[in-house]
Design a protein around this ligand. Structure first.
Ligand SMILES: [Zn+2]
Ligand SMILES: [Zn+2]
Length: 426
């Protein structure tokens, strides 16, 4: 039979890579819950309209990168290219939406974008997403940035740098857009890509975000949004910077950081890592004060970020798997049921281990235990069965001794104490 291959740009995760994802998620739950964030689970499939309205019709994401198709009834559906729109949609449909309170959510899972696959970029990718809904205060921006930084530190990442910008608000942004339109109209149009020639008139901010070389060159001398902020936006941004100045977060201002989605306002940010060699954004986000209203919800502000798990996984490449506590080898058929119950007893007490179901020679059992990198090999043969004992072999020292079957937990417990930290980043 022909084998069936995976789809281009999609991939499977086995240990140790999958272990890195578990580590990222568990660390996220630990860190985010300290800031009172609760986990939400939402569908990966949404009405296409949700993304067109939130991300923006002029963005590369909506124009070129979405997995969009019709279902059997002819409705246009899209595999989510990002999580914020879905979280907001879910929030608006929930009883929380009318409560007038502040909500803190995080979620994790796969996203889909039809991009050219390359290192750290796949068509199915995974994100950790955080959304803080209902809070205007610049200190909320500060809390979000501190939490993101703490999370990345907790993962063990070192070479990090935060890039910050403010994109203004509905009162100062139109002036800047007009300024930018003027500038783009005066510059050499033929240097811009076809998309940007159109965007220069319809959505000029998108030109600053274009990856095409000619457009980037034009963008580099464009007016800076930070020079056009209104008083309120300036005060807001200054407060955010003042919070960061009280911490050891390394940040710099980047007036051309606009992010690839239309809904951002005021504070926007990316965290760059130089650990992977080339500079690479491992997380990014910003404030989206008009989005919840635009999607049919209450007129409340929001801010959030996403961490790219594939990029982070590259940084966690040397993760070590935690070894199993025991491998239980059975040397005689008659010992099988005793072994089975002993393994169960150990698992009930919290030990992690594997039992072999094939009767093999001592030598091949030990070779197997060695290959599985367990701490301890337990051996149960006919002799041990008759004496009510079991052989306990410490695989690191090679020391083997017979203990009473009642004392196995104690024998394994001594070994447990030396359990090292599981995740090391080099
Ligand atoms: Zn403003
Ligand atoms: Zn362009």
């Amino acid at each position: 039979m022909n084998k069936i291959n995976k789809i281009k740009g999609f991939f499977d995760l086995f240990p140790p890579e999958s272990t890195a994802y578990v580590f990222m998620e568990e660390t996220a739950r630990e860190v985010f819950s300290r800031y009172a964030y609760t986990e939400v689970r939402i569908p990966i499939l949404e009405h296409t309209e949700l993304f067109a309205r939130s991300i923006g019709k002029e963005t590369d994401v909506v124009q070129k990168e979405m997995y969009t198709f019709e279902d059997r009834k002819g409705r246009s559906l899209t595999l989510r290219p990002e999580a914020t729109a879905g979280v907001i949609r879910a929030y608006i449909e929930s009883p929380e939406a009318g409560s007038g309170g502040v909500n803190r959510f995080f979620t994790t899972g796969p996203m889909f974008r039809y991009e050219r696959p390359q290192k750290g970029r796949t068509r199915q990718f995974h994100q950790l997403n955080v959304e803080l809904l209902g809070e205007h205060s610049a200190f909320a921006d500060g809390e979000i940035l501190l939490m993101l930084w703490s999370y990345l530190q907790k993962l063990g990442l070192k070479e990090l740098n935060m890039q910050l910008n403010s994109l203004g608000c509905t009162s100062c942004r139109p002036d800047f857009d007009a300024k930018l339109k003027n500038f783009l109209a005066m510059s050499e149009q033929e240097n811009l890509c076809v998309d940007c020639q159109r965007r220069a008139r319809s959505n000029p901010m998108r030109v600053l975000d274009c990856k095409v070389k000619g457009c980037a060159a034009v963008a580099s001398s464009a007016p800076r949004i930070l020079d056009s902020l209104c008083r309120n936006c300036r005060d807001h941004f200054d407060t955010v910077l003042a919070v960061l100045d009280m911490t050891d977060i390394r940040y710099e201002l980047n007036p051309y950081l606009v992010r690839g989605l239309d809904y951002y306002q005021r504070t926007t940010f990316e965290v760059i890592s130089t650990d992977i060699g080339a500079q690479s954004a491992v997380a990014g986000g910003g404030r989206y004060d008009g989005l919840i209203r635009d999607l049919g919800g209450p007129d409340i502000p929001g801010i959030g970020f996403a961490c790219g798990m594939e990029r982070l996984a590259l940084l966690l490449r040397s993760i070590q798997e935690r070894p199993l506590d025991f491998y239980l080898a059975v040397l005689h058929e008659e010992a099988m049921d005793t072994a089975m119950f002993m393994a169960q007893r150990l698992r009930d007490k919290g030990f992690e281990g594997e039992m072999g179901f094939q009767i093999k020679s001592l030598k091949s059992q030990l070779r197997l235990a060695n290959r599985k990198k367990v701490k301890t090999c337990l051996l149960l043969g006919r002799d041990e069965l008759e004496k009510g004992q079991i052989q306990v072999k410490d695989m690191s020292t090679g020391v083997q001794r017979a203990v009473s079957q009642d004392d196995v937990e104690q024998a394994l417990g001594l070994n447990l104490k030396t359990k090292a930290e599981s995740f090391v980043q080099h």
